[in-house]
Design a protein around this ligand. Sequence first.
Ligand code: HEC
Length: 148
Amino acid sequence: MRILLLLFLAGAAVAQAPSSYKPYASLADIMAGISLPKSNSVFDVTKRAPKDDMEWVAVQTDAAVLAEAGNLILTPGRLKENGQPVPQTADFRRHVQALVEAAKGAHKAALKKDADAVFVACEPLYQACYSCHQAYRFCPTCQAATRQ
Ligand code: HEC
């Protein structure tokens, strides 16, 4: 019985964990601090292939962190630079998912140390940035208070 109670309490603590984290950085910070430099690291492979294991590991970790950025973008309570909440709609989440999948593809290619495969993975990665920006960054109403 005591064990069951402990298990129950542990379960409750785990279930509450996500909401106890309060995001601090704005979406613009995540973009400028993670999305841009980490994707550049991946895009750079198309200009110059990593020359040794150390350089490949850098690309591998950058791609993995870029995939992880999806979780940061969607953390409840995250705000945009203008103070409005980051959208949580199905459409916005679809764009985030496209970024995560593209970054995972780049990560897998980098793990194989295959510069040609990284090149192929860059296309969906670029598309993910571009299409979300068209819909949520540069659209006439995206920075307005009403857009969620
Ligand atoms: C799911 C949607 C989405 C995806 C995917 C996305 N962005 Fe963004 N990005 C935004 C939004 C929205 C803003 C505006 C942020 C704000 O107002 O706080 C932004 C802003 C930016 C900025 C400007 C930051 C600043 O300091 O003002 C950069 C740079 C950027 N994104 C780069 C990227 C790159 C590179 C990728 C792809 C690897 C990417 N983004 C993918 C939605 C997205």
